[in-house]
Design a protein around this ligand. Structure first.
Ligand code: ATP
Length: 501
């Protein structure tokens, strides 16, 4: 209603009422009816405007931050594969000319924190689609049927949002799909089965309507757990592996996260990339963030190499703890770490960067290694060397205390894992085996033979450096850290004395 109309109405109503009163008409029912009608009109308008505001808010909170493939470091192969698959969505006319079946689902698999969610968001940007996301765990409810109705809502939301935003495609991203897409056993997990069935039904119905074209992207780090119905052609039949980044990829990810941070000129991101073999994108982001926090705490204006080193240690092993330990414990930890360090320096000269006696995370001390070339293949000798480094701690404790402590638990886990790798790769006396073909006793015998032999070799090696243990122990107890350079001088002196003796 226009402003003029409103004003005329406001003026006309009292005049009419006055006239009716003058004519002797009872106006009370008319006034009451007017008030009720006006209130109803007012409440409806308020609700409409509040609804519009809240839906605007909702869609805003769901809109992903602007993200492109250039914001994702490394992962060149995965990005290219994904882009190729996305062309199905963009070039849909050509595709239908060739009678190609449209793509419905892409499955991204890989370890946590490698950027799968980022990929899905970038895919939405690349294809100018609406992005709707949910995590598998959001569908798990105590009440039967709720999960399935959430799946329906998700597809409905994608369609309405696409219509509202004028886009002709939508990407629905489901993280942790294994939670709902696990193998159906027809038994206990009935609720999950219903949710999964609903998902399959919705996927089958994706192309009954032409717009919006819907593409499902799902992520998991346990592909082998998924029900085969999800993976069959016509469902999630494009699988893209998103791996841990190699050195070049790590460098790229670090550069992306360094963009908004003042990195000192003498700090080398290349060195950080070398030192972070096996880190995921999320861990690298955390290294950059932690390094910035250390620099700020130090009152510096930029992030230096030292801050990066501290940040890597923190992300790898956890924050420094102020666990109080007795002198006896400290000595044992120092000798244990020196055992690892002496073994490491002998099998890989120049590899020790620092021995530290400060507690971090669960560890009471640690040896930091210099960056090595990324390596994906190992020979038997290399695996044996790694086992010797892992056993070095326990062997040192045996040498000086006559027995081991609980401090070697993780080392043994690591050694056993390496032995298993050797067995599975046909690098042991058992030859090329399938675990099912060999009895437990045979496996145990071979495991013990390998570990006993390497334990003996490690003991023999470390015995030759008793003197280095004693000297380094003093420094470590006094200063808490022993640099790689100091340590190598002590080792070289010991070797020289041996040869001259
Ligand atoms: P999860 O399997 O645990 O869900 P994910 O693979 O989906 O993990 P993301 O959520 O995409 O991992 O990544 C987490 C964070 O890590 C991102 O917000 C980003 O800061 C950083 N990150 C991970 N990978 C990359 C990458 N390749 N480039 C840049 N940043 C990355």
């Amino acid at each position: 209603m226009s402003k003029l109309g409103k004003e005329m109405l406001i003026g006309f109503v009292p005049v009419l009422l006055a006239f009716l009163v003058f004519m002797g008409v009872n106006v009370v029912p008319i006034v009451l009816a007017g008030v009720i009608l006006f209130s109803l009109f007012y409440v409806t308008r308020m609700r409409d405007s509040m609804g519009a505001a809240s839906s605007e808010r909702k869609s805003k909170s769901r809109t992903p931050t602007y993200l492109t493939f250039d914001d994702i470091g490394g992962q060149d192969r995965a990005k290219n594969e994904l882009k190729e698959a996305l062309d199905f969505l963009i070039k849909h006319e050509e595709i239908s000319k060739f009678g190609i079946r449209p793509l419905k689902g892409i499955l991204l698999t890989g370890p946590p924190g490698t950027g799968k969610t980022l990929m899905a968001k970038a895919a939405a940007h690349y294809t100018n689609s609406v992005f709707v996301s949910a995590s598998g765990s959001e569908f798990v409810e105590m009440y039967v049927g709720v999960g399935a109705s959430r799946v329906r809502d998700l597809f409905k939301e994608a369609r309405t949002r696409a219509a509202k935003e004028g886009k002709d495609s939508a990407i629905i991203f489901i993280d942790e799909i294994d939670v709902i897409g696990g193998k159906r056993d027809g038994g206990q997990h009935r609720e999950y089965d219903q949710t999964l069935n609903q998902l399959l039904t919705e996927m089958d119905g994706i192309h009954t309507a032409n717009t919006p074209r819907i593409l499902m992207v799902a992520a998991t780090n346990r592909k082998e757990m998924l029900d085969s119905a999800l993976l069959r052609p016509g469902r999630f039949d494009r699988h893209i592996q998103v791996d841990l980044p190699d050195k070049k990829g790590r460098m790229h990810i670090l550069q992306i996260h360094a963009k908004n941070k003042p990195v000192s000129e003498d700090a080398s991101l290349e060195r950080v990339a070398s030192e972070t073999f096996g880190f995921s994108g999320a861990q690298l982001e955390s290294v950059m963030n932690e390094a910035a926090i250390y620099a700020m705490r130090d009152g510096e204006t930029s992030i230096g190499q030292r801050h990066f080193s501290l940040a890597i240690d923190k992300v790898m092993m956890g924050e420094k703890t102020d666990r109080e330990s007795t002198m006896e414990e400290r000595k044992r930890v120092a000798l244990h770490e020196l055992g690892h360090a002496i073994a490491a320096e002998n099998v890989k000269p120049g590899s020790v960067s620092m021995v530290s006696l400060s507690p971090r995370g669960q560890a009471l001390g640690y040896v930091r290694h210099n960056p090595q070339q990324d390596q994906y293949l190992y020979t038997r000798t290399e695996l044996e060397q790694q086992i010797m480094i892992a056993l070095g701690g326990a062997v040192a404790e045996e040498m000086f205390y006559g027995g081991r402590s609980t401090g070697s638990r993780n080392d043994f886990d690591q050694a056993l894992h390496l032995v298993r790798t050797m067995m599975d790769s046909g690098l042991t006396g058992l030859g090329i085996i399938d675990r099912q073909m060999v009895t437990k006793e045979e496996l145990m015998k071979e495991n013990a033979a390998i570990l006993d032999e390497l334990h003996g070799r490690t003991r023999e090696l470390l015995e030759r450096f008793r003197y280095v243990f004693e000297q380094s122990l003093d420094i470590l107890i006094r200063e808490e850290v022993l640099s790689g350079e100091q340590f190598r001088i002590l080792l070289a002196n010991a070797k020289e004395e041996k040869t001259s003796a």
